[in-house]
Design a protein around this ligand. Sequence first.
Ligand code: ZN
Ligand code: ZN
Length: 347
Amino acid sequence: MSAKRTDKIRSFLADGEGVIISGFPNIFYYSGFTSEDAFLVITKDRQILATDFRYIVQAKKESPDFEIYDVAKGVDKLFSGIREDVFGFEENVMTVSEFAKFQHYTKKLVPMSQKLSMPRRLKDSYEIEKIAKAEELAKEALSHTLSSIKVGVSEREVAREIEFYMLKNGAKKTSFETIVASGVRSCMPHGVASDKIIEAGDFVTIDFGCVLDGYCSDMTRTFVVSKATDRQREIYETVLNAQLTAISAIEVGKSCAEIDKAARDIIEKAGYGKNFGHSLGHSVGIEIHESPDFSPKSADKLESGNVITVEPGIYIDGFGGVRIEDVVVIGEKTQNLTNFTKELMII
Ligand code: ZN
Ligand code: ZN
């Protein structure tokens, strides 16, 4: 797996060029190593994982295709043993002090974040399976927690119950801070769970996910507690219609902006255009926010192997909001990984 992945780097390396990878997502992607305290050096004919004594045994096990280098032997010695002297690096993650250190050991450092992350846009079947499993666990956690979402319970209690279920069942951590936003708080797209007590008539928006085997899940559902008003139903149906329309518009080769527009048009026509202020979706993988995005500004085209969220919303200050989010796999046939009902549930 990793040998194949590092070949993707070799395909764009010039003679005399190598790369230094120091950010966790790409370390994990290219080597399979699951700790952050490491960096990779990859050239045409070598691939080295440098870490310290705490992780040597783990590195040998997790990254059998890499030469494991103990940094205690000196980073200067590592580089003096490599004939390349120009190195690509991840300018979006490398700290200034790390940059200064690596500059000392090399002739030239070239920014290469985008190129190095590019292969991660196209998930292979192994990765899709991992994301599907993470999404499945999130879905189970929500099913398990549904009976606890009721009048008198705080948003925080609901969030902790969902999280505990995911962690107890294999998740390493949540993929981002769990959002449970009820009543007027649901007008905040990123209202993380607070001490607010859930009341009758509240919209409750729950947006959450976990990291399982290194891959993220992400899903959102909005419920109404006790009894829904006509306006709540109208807003919910509009968001649902936008979401379903966008999903059915998805096709390999179409532009990401076009899919965003499919959802946005429906929300605009219903009179809520200004209440949908974020992009339609983002890719998910080793990180919770990856590329490409479904956004009005995106210049990307959909490719087979993209795994992207579709998450339209309507947010009305002083009233509340609705968001519905699924994760879909782009391919010959669009595959929805979030098999959880989208009918308005009154709980
Ligand atoms: Zn989400
Ligand atoms: Zn999302």
